[in-house]
Design a protein around this ligand. Structure first.
Ligand code: AMP
Ligand code: MG
Length: 419
């Protein structure tokens, strides 16, 4: 086995190559109650106006505004209440001069009425109420179509379905929702030193933490996962397992074995599979050997075995690829600027990604490493809600510098409530 020379490419170029692939899942339908987190496969077009009818936004009385003209504190105008409707009911009355209908929030305006008087603006009388101010036409009326008109595109193909989108889909009667299927993933941890979580420790061995970590990251995206047995560093069995995983899943995620060590067999396996290796060296730390390949129209993610590198590789390449496959318009994570609270004095030629904790104090964001941060670190991943990105080729970074942070967790929180 000859050791090939690898050429590092910039991180951005690597991500770009991953997202350039024509690898997509098909459109399908899922129940409205399961569609959160999916990507919409069609534009959703309003089939009727919202609101569907002129309605009252308050509990009060529907009146003809013209009847209230001239009203004042000294000249209260009286109305007779001729009907009483709640939301969901429609009055059969048409208002005549001086008449009003008691109306509740959300109820359709009765014929003839063009304004709503709030309950608090009235004084009750034997057969109705009086009021002390004139009302304008359409005052306190929610107008038919004021939010959305028939034919408007209310949700866009490629949009991720959030709770608000679920509400819109429910509004327009989508019991089943057109979405792109979520990919399925195989996770294969490779390494002869690896033990399962149930195993007792043995000399020279460590427990497989990458497999469960990647499974958790995929679970968060709602991706169905098959966890394969740990693979020893053995070419034949690894090839057999990866070949079979590739047949059964949309993507195969391996951890470990992508370096140039004597027992790193992934590069050879990509070769025999005839895979198109998009890159096998990235100008970043950790995880410079992270490899992404495509075989049989499917992604193979060769993540590093080092836990921090494995995690970064997933966030940088696998997660955007999942969204790309599902037809998402937005595939990239949020980046923010934050004030650095630690020194990184050592110059580094490669871009560094450091598991970090972003703190929001009021509107100020600060960022610190979330613990010991060598590529083999595990604990710091647990305390991170982002990754600092420190571009290479500078003379280092110091406390007070503004740096970019990629947000990895939506649960960014403030310890003190700032409202
Ligand atoms: P490799 O990428 O196979 O060269 O492994 C790099 C480092 O990561 C080694 O120290 C491995 O022992 C460690 N490692 C590999 N796979 C795992 C795993 N699944 N969980 C935790 N550590 C791992
Ligand atoms: Mg290994």
């Amino acid at each position: 086995m000859s050791v090939e020379k690898r050429h590092p490419i910039p991180v951005k170029e690597a991500i770009h190559r991953v997202l350039q692939q024509d690898i997509y899942t098909e459109a399908t339908q899922v129940s409205l109650y399961d569609c959160e987190g999916y990507i919409l496969a069609e534009d959703i077009i309003a089939t009727y106006d919202i609101p569907r009818f002129d309605k009252s936004p308050y509990d009060g009385f529907a009146i003809r505004s013209e009847d209230s003209q001239g009203a004042s504190a000294d000249n209260r105008v009286a109305f007779e209440v001729v009907d009483h409707i709640g939301a969901g009911s429609v009055s059969e009355k048409t208002l005549q001069q001086g008449q009003a209908v008691r109306i509740m929030t959300g109820a359709q305006m009765p014929a003839g009425a063009d304004a709503v008087v709030m309950l608090e603006q009235t004084v009750e009388t034997a057969d109705g109420f009086t009021l002390r101010k004139p009302f304008e036409r359409l005052e306190n009326v929610s107008l038919k179509g004021e939010e959305t008109a028939t034919g408007d595109v209310v949700l866009h193909k490629g949009q991720r379905i959030n709770a608000g989108a679920v509400a819109v889909l429910a509004t327009f009667g989508y019991a089943d929702v057109p979405v792109y299927r979520k990919p399925t993933a195989a996770i294969i941890a490779t390494g002869s030193e690896l033990l399962d979580v149930e195993d007792d420790l043995e000399p020279g061995k460590i427990r497989n933490s990458n497999g469960p970590m990647i499974a958790a990251l995929l679970q968060k995206e709602g991706v169905e996962v098959e966890r394969y047995h740990i693979q020893m560093d053995d070419y034949d069995s690894s090839l057999a397992v990866i070949t079979s995983a590739l047949e059964q899943h949309d993507m195969v995620i391996t951890t470990g074995g992508v370096s140039v060590g004597d027992f790193d067999y992934l590069p050879d396996i990509y070769k025999v599979l005839g895979a198109d290796v998009l890159f096998n060296k990235i100008a970043m730390r950790p995880g410079s050997v992270t490899t992404v390949a495509v075989a049989q129209g499917k992604y193979l993610f060769g993540l590093s075995g080092n836990p921090s590198a494995c995690y970064s590789g997933f966030e940088l390449f696998t997660k955007p690829a999942i969204y790309h496959m599902m037809g998402a318009t937005c595939c990239y994570p949020a980046m923010i600027r934050a004030t650095l609270m630690a020194d990184f004095k050592k110059a580094n030629p490669f871009t560094r990604f450091i598991r970090a904790h972003v703190t929001l104090t009021g509107r100020e964001a600060t960022v610190s490493p979330s613990g010991f941060n060598k590529s083999g670190a595990v604990v710091s991943i647990a305390h991170s809600n982002g990754m600092m990105m420190l571009p290479g080729g500078t003379r280092g970074y110091q406390v007070g510098h503004e740096v970019d942070v990629l947000l990895t967790s939506a649960e960014l929180y403030q310890q003190e409530l700032y409202l």
